[in-house]
Design a protein around this ligand. Structure first.
Ligand SMILES: [Zn+2]
Length: 272
């Protein structure tokens, strides 16, 4: 267990670096508790850009030995609408003109009690700065409903949304012990998880799924495409080719299609 960037930022500055593994373990736990406190404080001015947001989620998952996260995963969550940025900052003023690149530094001042527990968080006011500059978009539409102007902007997340992503992540990632898990148990597990994910997708709009029945990965609600990937599209086209002769027919792999999204696949997903 290592104190990473995010954890270090959630400990009092004057705390000496840990002299041994036990002390380091204690400081990791303290920093995690302080992150949880900051998530609960849920200040609207406590904003993070895309990169910082992904790093924070990744660092916290690593500190819990719970998996990995990165910008690509965040992109997937955004496309699926599992997370929607709380704000966006325009790249262009409403009146038009050249691209503006506002470089506003968010200053955060974290105060701790004598035991190192986070008490409060003081922020300069990034939102009012962006609002006054005419650059703030509040409660933006999900990407698939966004206007052109909205798309020409950068997403901003609040720190409390870190908690939301951690929850989704932990609800969809497992370590499976394949030697001690029966196919029935596996199927139950997958059905439970996917149906709760499906419920979340229904909440945010009509969920769509890859048209290849063996895949059925969720698709962004916006897209006009039918398949999640070129690979699925090609596979699907192959199965629709004429099976004129037994030799031709043999060259296409036939698999039992899933009847619904919630049905278990023949193999468990690859775990990173
Ligand atoms: Zn697919």
């Amino acid at each position: 267990m290592k104190l990473n960037y995010t954890l270090r930022n959630h400990l009092p500055k004057d705390l000496p670096s840990p002299p041994n593994a036990t002390e380091e373990w204690y400081q990791v736990a303290l920093a995690q508790a302080n992150c949880t406190r900051r998530i609960k404080l849920a200040y609207s001015d406590d904003i993070l850009g895309e990169v910082e947001f992904a790093i924070t989620v990744s660092d916290l998952l690593k500190s819990m030995a719970a998996g990995s996260f990165n910008g690509l995963k965040l992109k997937q969550y955004l496309e699926l609408g599992l997370i929607i940025p709380r704000y966006r900052v325009r790249h262009y003023l409403k009146e038009g003109g050249a691209r503006v690149a506002p470089a506003f530094m968010v200053v955060r001042d974290l105060s701790y009690d004598a035991n190192g527990y986070l008490q409060d968080l003081h922020l300069n006011e990034p939102l009012s700065y962006y609002r006054k500059a005419g650059l703030l978009i509040e409660n933006p539409q999900p990407p698939w409903r966004a206007t052109k102007a909205e798309l020409r902007s950068s997403p901003l997340f609040t720190f409390s949304q870190v908690g939301q992503v951690l929850e989704i992540y932990r609800n969809t990632h497992f370590t499976l012990d394949l030697l001690n898990l029966s196919p029935e148990e596996y199927e139950d597990l997958r059905n439970d998880v996917l149906s709760s994910l499906k419920a979340r997708l229904i909440e945010i709009g009509l969920p769509r799924f890859c048209a290849r029945s063996e895949c059925m990965k969720p698709l962004p609600p916006d897209s006009k495409r039918l398949y999640c990937s070129k690979h699925c599209q090609q596979k699907s086209l192959n199965t629709r080719k004429p099976k004129s002769t037994p030799r031709v027919a043999r060259s296409y792999v036939r698999r039992r299609p899933f009847e619904s999204f919630a049905e278990a696949p023949p193999f468990p997903p690859v775990i990173e």
